[in-house]
Design a protein around this ligand. Structure first.
Ligand SMILES: Cc1cc2nc3c(=O)[nH]c(=O)nc-3n(C[C@H](O)[C@H](O)[C@H](O)COP(=O)(O)OP(=O)(O)OC[C@H]3O[C@@H](n4cnc5c(N)ncnc54)[C@H](O)[C@@H]3O)c2cc1C
Length: 539
């Protein structure tokens, strides 16, 4: 059971967003706590109810939509795909298998996403896992970063690092030296000050920073690379120090932050449905298979205003108009959408073209027994008695960096009668797999699974599937932070959201939610209100 305790919601990092578009829409400042819909309709004069067109129904667009409909505005969401959720999207294939864009885990530091989920009644759809990070090495050797401890952060983290068998004692000491001289220590007493230091480390890769601070190459390979791959689909040489240290800061200062959850089942059912229902209940409208092709503009004083959108829809071309436009796209989507003369005229838009993305491939493998059951291998052969590791799993010994047995972690949709494990493996780096044949990827992944779990040798692979995303997360490489745009733009009625836009977290569900909230705040002409506390505890 999860309970939400927002311990502090306050405007965050105002210095980061000096020009967030506030005041440019002409909307009146919205009170912090909006009254119920009936009251709003009575209190807000009709000329203050504006029509907002949101392009993209990923988490960023959905989070913004919730804020805007609750503030009484008329929201239309245009999504190019046939489903909502963007990169968290999921669907059911003709054989009844639930397919996902990728494996999604929810850390307990997702204060803004959890607040959103609580609002729409989805928070109880999360299944908390044991507070350990599990590493599976070749030959069935399982080690843990075990955060379960009588004392909270940072002591539970120290205990986890000093007791793990994943590192030698020399590597543990060198790890301690690196982390002990990091901004994390300052963060224990001065979180914001330490975050300032972390942001300034964006020009370094994590490997550069870690090795300079005394960390060892072996720690990078056995421990940090799988984690970096899981977070950003990049290894420690390629990922920015800012990205990794932001996570460490949260893990070190908040006891529950490093604990994770998975959804009970598929995101479509357990996350997106409640969000869509909430938005529609408040008057919002979804238009799926509606891809925005062109943005129309008109001169407005010295600047520009967006005057309409051209869309391709199942029934042909369509034009729509709104008062305010929010592009909540992914990186390739926004790069295609922005008119080239905007990029020539405004550096904020030109910078977006500097962002690149990382490929990733996600493989699902269904077996006739329980692959990750190592303690009693015989039990693994009985599909009717689920057994094995019910958590996110990392590995340094396969082409996938992280994986989970969804039939254990998210049984509502993924467990099938008469079948055992449904492994979902995230292949990183994704580059070599994008052009490979599905059958080849499945065979390679299956072979590597069996090397990790020799006891699964007798099991039969019943079914496999691959989802490839040639352009997924924005590449959190060193030096990219200055190119991430703010949510307000030089076009007075045009705003941006999306996890690639500037927010203080990594490209993730929480980052996407934060960007949506920041965009909504800019549109509503009110200070950004982000939850920064760990917010959620399990019991
Ligand atoms: C394999 C994988 C695993 C992941 N695992 C995790 C995880 O464990 N934990 C975590 O927190 N995060 C994870 N993430 C990251 C997370 O999914 C993303 O950060 C987040 O979903 C991004 O949301 P978004 O709304 O910013 O963008 P998106 O989800 O990309 O949404 C953008 C939407 O805009 C639409 N769009 C674009 N252009 C147009 C247009 N012109 N017209 C209409 N619609 C348009 C797109 O179709 C899309 O639906 C993972 C991502 C992947 C790919």
């Amino acid at each position: 059971m999860l309970q939400l305790h927002i311990r502090g919601i306050f405007p965050v990092y105002p210095c980061l967003f000096p020009d967030s578009g506030q005041g440019r829409t002409g909307l009146p400042p919205t009170p912090r706590r909006a009254p119920c819909l009936v009251h709003r309709l009575l209190l807000i004069p009709s000329w203050h109810r504006v029509k907002v067109a949101i392009i993209g129904a990923g988490l960023a667009g959905l989070a913004a939509a919730v804020e805007l409909v609750e503030a009484g505005h008329q929201v239309h969401i245009y999504e190019g795909r046939p489903f909502v959720g963007g990169k968290v999207g999921s669907w059911v294939d003709p054989q009844g298998n639930h397919i996902e864009m990728g494996l999604h885990v929810f850390f307990f530091n997702y204060a803004n996403l959890f607040a959103l989920m609580a609002k729409v009644g989805a928070l109880q759809h999360l299944l908390p896992k044991e507070h350990t990070h599990v590493f599976v090495n070749a030959g069935g050797d399982v080690n843990q970063l075990d955060f379960r401890f009588i004392l909270g952060a940072p002591f539970n983290g120290l205990k986890a690092f000093f007791t793990t068998a994943q590192l030698s004692w020399v590597d543990k000491l060198r790890n301690a030296m690196a982390l002990g001289t990091s901004p994390i220590v300052r963060g224990l007493v001065d979180y914001r000050g330490a975050m300032g230091v972390v942001r300034s480390l964006d020009r370094l890769s994590f490997a550069q920073w870690f090795l300079r601070h005394g960390g060892s190459q072996a720690s990078l390979e056995r421990l940090w690379n799988p984690i970096a791959y899981a977070l950003g689909f990049l290894n420690c040489e390629a990922i920015s120090a800012r990205c990794m240290l932001t996570i460490f800061m949260m893990f070190a200062t908040r006891t529950e932050a490093s604990k994770l959850n998975l959804l009970q089942g598929s995101p479509h059912r357990w996350l997106h449905e409640p969000l869509v229902q909430h938005i529609e209940k408040h008057g919002g409208r979804f238009h799926l298979r509606h891809r925005v092709q062109t943005i129309y503009e008109q001169q407005h004083g010295d600047g520009l205003r967006v005057s309409g959108l051209q869309l391709t829809t199942p029934t042909g071309e369509q034009q729509v108009e709104a008062d305010v436009y929010l592009a909540a796209c992914d990186v390739p989507g926004i790069q295609r959408l922005l008119p080239s003369h905007w990029k020539q005229r405004y550096t904020q838009f030109a910078h977006i073209d500097q962002l690149t993305t990382v490929p990733v491939a996600t493989v699902q493998l269904r077996y006739d027994g329980w692959v990750t059951e190592l303690e009693k291998p015989a039990a693994g052969a009985d599909p009717d008695h689920p057994a094995g590791l019910d958590n996110l799993l990392y590995t340094a010994d396969a082409d996938f960096s992280c994986f989970a047995d969804l039939a254990l972690t998210s049984p509502a949709d993924y467990r099938k009668p008469g079948c055992g494990s449904l492994l979902q493996c995230v292949l990183t780096p994704g580059d070599p797999w994008i052009k490979a044949k599905k059958e080849f990827i499945i065979a390679q992944t299956d072979a590597q699974v069996r090397r990790l779990f020799p006891s699964s040798g007798g099991l039969t692979l019943l079914w496999g599937n691959v989802v490839k995303l040639a352009q997924s997360l924005y590449r959190e490489a060193p030096g990219m932070e200055p190119y991430r745009p703010e949510q307000g733009t030089p076009i007075s009625n045009f705003f941006l959201a999306g996890s690639y836009t500037r927010q203080d977290y990594i490209d993730s569900m929480e980052g996407a939610t934060m960007s949506g909230l920041l965009a909504a705040a800019a549109i509503l002409n009110r200070p950004a209100q982000l939850a920064t506390s760990p917010a959620v505890v399990s019991n």
